[in-house]
Ligand binder design. Structure first.
Ligand code: ZN
Ligand code: ZN
Length: 169
């Protein structure tokens, strides 16, 4: 959980800290939005080996457990729990020289080249990031409230909770 004493951040705080671009990484620069309507807590996340560290505003717009076959392959799990956020609210620290993009330049999965952790999936014409909850170190205020793409769920997995189930998105 976020400690009580954690400073609240405005996105303007980030504008001074532009990182350079790493080879092979088509990452956007830090958002230049001057002011948001309200400040959000800043959450930390990291890959398994710790080379990739990121911060993201706790301003997630939706969250779900995705049962599609791509998410199963990408995670090796029955489904992928994720939170979604507009891409400009995500900031990479410790610029990853060895990040790896799988997919197209617009839509792809970003992984650590060293340990393979999935950091995010860039989706919806590149405008949104779906961040797998497992790479967040801090706890977001939003958690998955539905199952999506249940129509392609694995036969060997049973959904045991009462959350709404959607055939697709
Ligand atoms: Zn790593
Ligand atoms: Zn999926």
């Amino acid at each position: 959980m976020i400690s009580i004493g954690l400073r609240w951040w405005l996105w303007g705080d980030f504008t001074g800290g532009d990182s350079g671009s790493g080879p092979g990484c088509q990452i956007w620069r830090v958002c230049k939005e001057p002011v948001l309507e309200k400040p959000f807590a800043r959450l930390k996340g990291a890959c398994l080996c710790g080379r990739i560290n990121f911060e993201v505003s706790d301003a997630f717009e939706y969250a779900a457990n995705c049962h599609c076959s791509q998410c199963r392959k990408a995670t090796g799990a029955a489904f992928k729990p994720f939170v979604a956020i507009p891409r400009e609210k995500f900031v990479l620290k410790d610029w990853p020289d060895d990040c790896f993009e799988f997919g197209t330049r617009i839509e792809h999965d970003l992984r650590c080249r060293n340990c393979g952790s999935l950091i995010y999936s860039r989706v919806r014409d590149g405008e949104y990031l779906h961040i797998p909850l497992g790479v967040l170190t801090d706890t977001p205020s939003l958690k998955p409230d539905k199952h999506i793409f249940v129509g392609s769920k694995a036969d060997w997995h049973d959904i045991l909770d009462d959350l709404p189930q959607h055939e697709e998105f």
